[in-house]
Design a protein around this ligand. Sequence first.
Ligand code: OXT
Ligand code: ADP
Ligand code: MG
Length: 579
Amino acid sequence: MGDTATQIQDEEIQEVGALTDGFHLVIDALKLNDINTIYNVPGIPITDLGRMMQAEGMRVLSFRHEQNAGYAAAISGFLTQKPGICLTVSAPGFLNGLTALAHATTNCFPMILISGSSEREIVDLQQGDYEEMDQLAIAKPLCKAAYRVLHAEDIGIGIARAIRAAVSGRPGGIYLDLPAKLLAQIMDAEAGAKSLIKVIDAAPRQLPAPESIERALKVLKNAKRPLIILGKGAAYAQADDEIHALVEKSGIPYLPMSMAKGLLPDTHPQSAGAARSLVLKESDVVMLIGARLNWLLSHGKGKTWGDQPKKFVQVDIEPKEMDSNVEITAPVVGDIGSCIQALLDGMGNDWAPPPAAWIDEISDKVESNITRMAPRLQNRNMPMDYHGALGALRTIIKDRPDTILVNEGANTLDFTRSIIDMYKPRKRLDVGTWGVMGVGMGTAIAAAVETGHPVLAVEGDSAFGFSGMEIETICRYNLPVCVVVFNNSGIYRGTGVNPSGGSDVATTVFVKDARYDKMMEAFGGIGVHVTSPDELSRAVNAAIDSGKPTLVNAVIDEKAGTESGRIGNLNPQSVVSKK
Ligand code: OXT
Ligand code: ADP
Ligand code: MG
C-alpha cells in the first residue's frame, strides 16, 4: 500500500521541524504580552482564531454586535492601562467595530481593533472578493495608528507595534489588519517563537521639564482663587495617591470631570463639584490635570468662564494639547504620575493654602446646592421623577462604593452625574467625550469582566436600546450586572406630539408602558418592574447581593425630563417658521 497524504505531510514536517501558523503566532504574541481577554463577534475569517484562543486559555467573550464588543475593549483599556482587544470579521464587522475604535481614540483609551480582511490582491484590483474592503485605508483617519501584517514572520512585530502605539504617549485606538491568508500561513515553529516580541516598558514614564514645574508652581503660588480640574486622563493614569496628596497639600479646591469623579471621594471637603458654575466663573488660576478644554469645558472661554481673567496650568502627556483653545500660561508636559510627583516635590513644606475667602465662598455654594437638592432626593412621587429614583440609587452606591456605575442617556446621564456621589477612582464609566449613546452594555460587561466588581448600569430607555441585545451576553456569561432602565417612554421625555397631527407618534416617543424587564427574563436573568424609589432600592440591593444578571424597569414620569438634559443649548434653533 502506498503512503497516505497525511503520512507524507507528517514526514515532511519531521524533516523541517515543528511548524506554527498565523493563528498560533497571533495568540502567542498576545499572550506573551499578557493580553488574555478578547471581545469579539465570530465569523469568516476569524472563527477559528477565536476558538483557538479559547483553547489556549484566553477569555474570549462573544457579543451580539461588534460595536458593543468594541466599547467593551475601549473601556477595558481605560480600566487596565492595557489595550483592550476587539476582534471582528471583515468589512461589515470591521465597520461595526470602527465606531468604537474612533470612540477609544477620541477618549484617549488604549484599544486594538483586530479585523480579518479579504485577499489583498483582489481588494486592490477591486474584483469583488467576499466582504471586500480596503479596511486599512478606511481605519487610518479614525485611529491613532493602523498596521497590516502580510507575512507570518511579521506578526510579532505587528502586535508589538500595535500595543506600544496604543498605550504610549496619549493613549488611543489602533487598527491591526490581518488578511485571511496570513492566519493560515505556516512557518518553522522555532523561528516563529523567535519572531515574537515582548514589549518592554510599553508606556515609558515621561518626565516633565524641571523649568515647566517651576513655572507652574509660580503661577499657582500667585493665585488668589485657584482651581484644579481633574479629567478622565487623571483617572486613567492611576496616580491616585499622588493626586490625592497634591490636592490636600495645596489646599486648592478641585472639580472632577464626569469620569474623574471618585478620584477623591465626592464628599471630600475640597470638592467643588456642587459649585461648578461658581468656580469656573470666579477662579483666577486653573490647573487642568488630564482634562481637555473642549466643549465639556466650554473651550475655556465665554459665559461659563465669566469675566475674571484666567491663567491656565495644564498637565498633559500630549504637547499638542497645549494652547488648543486658549493660551496655556504654564504647560507641563509629561505623564501625570511623574508631573504630580514633581509638583509635590517642588512645593516644599511651607505651601500656603489659598485665601480663606475663596474657600469659604465655595463651601457656602456647595452647601447651599446640596441643601437645595436634599429634599428632592427624598421625594416619593409616583410616577417617580429623576431625583426620587436617583435618591434611592445614591444611597446604594454610598453603601457599596466598589460598585461600578455605568451611565448613559440625556436626563438620566446628567441627573445621575450630579446626584450620585462616587467614592473611589474609576468607578464611574459613561458616554465620554462624544456623549455617545450605546456604550452601556459593552461597558458594563467589560467592567464586570475586568474588575470582578458588581456593576450598576443606569440607562435612559433610549440609550439602553442601542446595546440592549447584549443582555443576552450578560446572561450567557452570568455577569454581576444590574441594569436599571429609566423608562420615560422616550428620548428626553415621553410626551412629544407629532406636529403634523398624523398617526405616527412624535420622533422622540417610544411604545408606552414598555416592559424591558421581560427582555431579561427571556434569557434567564431576573426582571423586575418598579414604580417607586423603595421598590427600586429593594430590587437593586437584591440584584447586587445575588450577583445575578438583573434588569429593573423603573417607570419615570414621562414629563420629568428636559430636551437634551443639561445641554439643550447646543440644539440649533430654526428661524424659519413654515406653515
Ligand atoms: O453650579 P451650578 O449651580 O450650575 O450647578 C451644577 C452643579 O454645581 C450642581 N451639582 C450638585 N448640586 C448638589 N449636589 C451635588 N452633589 C452636585 N453636583 C453637582 O448641579 C449642577 C449641574 O452640575 P454638572 O452636571 O456637573 O454641570 P453641568 O453644567 O451640567 O456641566 C456641563 C457639562 C457639559 C460638563 C455636563 O452637562 C456634561 O458632562 N454633559 C454631558 C452631556 C452628554 O454627553 N449628553 C449625552 C448626549 S445628549 C444627545 O445627544 C442624545 N442622543 C443623541 C445621540 C447620541 N448622543 N449618540 C448617538 C450614538 N446617537 C444619538 C440621544 C438619542 S441623548 C439621547 C437619548 C436620550 O434619551 P434617554 O431615554 O436615553 O434618556 P432620557 O433623557 O433620560 O430620556
Ligand atoms: P475629560 O473628558 O474628563 O475632561 P479628556 O478626555 O478631555 O478628559 O482629557 C484626557 C486628557 O488626559 C487627554 O488630553 C490625554 O492626553 C491626557 N492623558 C491621558 N493619559 C495621561 C497620562 N498618563 N498622563 C498625562 N496625560 C494623560
Ligand atoms: Mg428616556
